[in-house]
Design a protein around this ligand. Structure first.
Ligand code: HEM
Length: 458
């Protein structure tokens, strides 16, 4: 409808250009863009105004998630916080998880200090050799969630590293075209599928790790610092009912299991790729690196380190993180929503059952809102009147990201620690990272290497 996007346009949805092609389609055919795919209405929203209208103002109409064969297989029949449809059980699961995270995030400062320090120690160990930082970043974002979830009773490092690889591989295998095809072409489900077998093997490994942690904490062990399990101020402790102030708790069974799983799946790779994109842009813009480092030195002195509460005092570091999230939102198409009843967006009728895709990538590149939208300009967020409301890397409304505060704090603290300790330089052949985007649930950047040169003490 609206502009009558041809069937050929719909094929772009499945094409590995992903969000960028949807963005071009929206510019050509308008917003919202309505397509018919395999008998289903798909509505793509490409402006912040339309996304806010659907997900925040009319949240009750669009709070659902579409049914998916694969999502159901990996989430114990849809008991998932992120992919489960809206129901009273889901509402309780989301309320309890948000409450538990919000409580744990209040104690974030020492935890991020420790994790930021450990990250820089690992980076120091690479010496002057150019390195790909993907593995280090995913391990430290996953460890942060482990510390929040399990406190000082978190599993040993080797186990967390192996679990991190499992979480990353799971998203990679799930995103393969041969596996995704099972969602749209049911007839393929009767054929053997190597990707699906691998996906189910990874789900088993993921579940074994999470289940062993829940069991270990339920029986009331004693941690290295003598605290009884589950510690009240951890996410798992609060979800198990250790904290009566957490609303809608306690959780149990599959809902508890899948809530924990979602913290790891939702928070590991997204946060790590945001850090990687920040490093990639800073390699292209060494002058921004120098300015952020100067700000860190001036505000924190020679020994201070950035804390989550310093965002107001370190506006350029914060703006650098924000500009990275604008240009490369780690979840470029968010997660699909489903219309629970007949509704409308921007005056266009949307039938019940339609799939609604918020194209955050397009909204963040909208030339009507953003001046020079394709350029990395952190200073745009230092100016009065910057269009903050058009920035939606975590979505908005009733299904917005539950880990937003944690992710923002991690990105700010980790990037600050790295820039205080190291100059980011390209390898000796001068090769700069490729900044192009590819399709996928998570917006990965092409692998690149960086040299980490220790900064001389001020
Ligand atoms: C830079 C990092 C992150 C980004 C950009 C991001 C982005 C998003 C987006 C766009 C959504 C979908 C919103 C929608 O459906 O409209 C989402 C959902 C979600 N995120 Fe994040 N996220 C990040 C980090 C995290 C972290 C650290 C956690 C937890 C520890 C987390 C847990 C979740 C969960 C559980 C959901 C599902 C919420 C629901 O369906 O009700 N995310 N996130």
């Amino acid at each position: 409808r609206r502009g009558g996007a041809p069937w050929g346009g719909a094929l772009h949805l499945l094409h590995p250009g992903g969000p960028r092609h949807l963005h071009i389609l929206a510019r050509t055919y308008g917003d919202p863009l309505c397509l018919r795919l395999g008998g289903c209405e798909v509505v793509v929203l490409s402006s912040a105004a339309a996304i806010r209208e659907a997900l925040a103002r009319r949240w009750g109409d669009f709070v659902g998630r579409p049914h998916s064969y694969l999502a159901s297989l990996v989430s114990r029949g849809g008991q998932d916080l992120a992919l489960g449809d809206a129901s009273p059980e889901w509402r309780r699961q989301r309320g309890a998880t948000r409450g538990a995270l919000a409580r744990a995030v209040r104690h974030l400062e020492p935890l991020l200090e420790l994790q930021g320090w450990a990250l820089c120690q690992e980076l120091s160990s690479y010496g002057a050799a150019p390195v790909d930082l993907f593995e280090a970043f995913t391990f430290h974002t996953c460890s942060t969630i482990c510390r929040l979830a399990f406190g000082d009773l978190m599993p040993p490092e080797a186990e967390v590293r192996s679990f991190t690889r499992c979480v990353v591989e799971l998203l990679e295998v799930w995103g393969r075209a041969s596996v995704r095809a099972l969602d749209v072409l049911p007839s393929l489900r009767v054929l053997p599928n190597a990707g699906l077998r691998e996906l189910l093997r990874l789900v088993e490994r993921r579940d074994a790790f999470v289940e062993s942690q829940i069991r270990w904490h339920q029986v009331g062990n004693v941690g290295t610092q003598g605290c009884a399990s589950p510690p009240r101020d951890t996410v798992l402790g609060a979800l198990l009912g250790g904290d009566p102030t957490v609303p809608m708790g306690p959780l149990g069974g599959d809902r508890l299991h899948m809530a924990l799983v979602d913290l790891f799946i939702g928070g590991t790779e997204t946060t790590a790729v945001a850090l990687l994109w920040a490093v990639a842009f800073l390699l292209h813009h060494p002058q921004v690196q120098d300015q952020v480092r100067a700000e860190l030195r001036q505000v924190l002195g020679p020994r201070g380190t950035p804390k989550p509460g310093d965002m107001g005092r370190l506006p350029l570091l914060r703006a650098t993180v924000t500009e990275t999230l604008r240009l490369r939102p780690p979840a470029p198409l968010a997660l699909p929503h489903c219309a629970r009843r007949h509704s409308s967006i921007a005056g266009i009728p949307v039938p019940a059952g339609s799939i609604v895709i918020p194209n955050l990538f397009a909204a963040h590149h909208d030339p009507k809102i953003w001046d020079r939208p394709d350029e990395f300009l952190p200073e745009r967020f230092l100016q009065p009147g910057a269009p903050w409301r058009a920035l939606l890397p975590f979505g908005c409304g009733a299904r917005s990201c539950v880990g937003e505060a944690l992710a923002r704090a991690e990105l700010f603290v980790f990037l600050g620690h790295i820039l205080q300790r190291f100059r980011l330089e390209p390898p000796s052949d001068g090769a700069l990272p490729h900044l192009g985007v590819t399709a996928g649930t998570v917006l990965r950047c092409a692998p690149f290497r960086v040299r980490l040169t220790p900064c001389p003490p001020p």
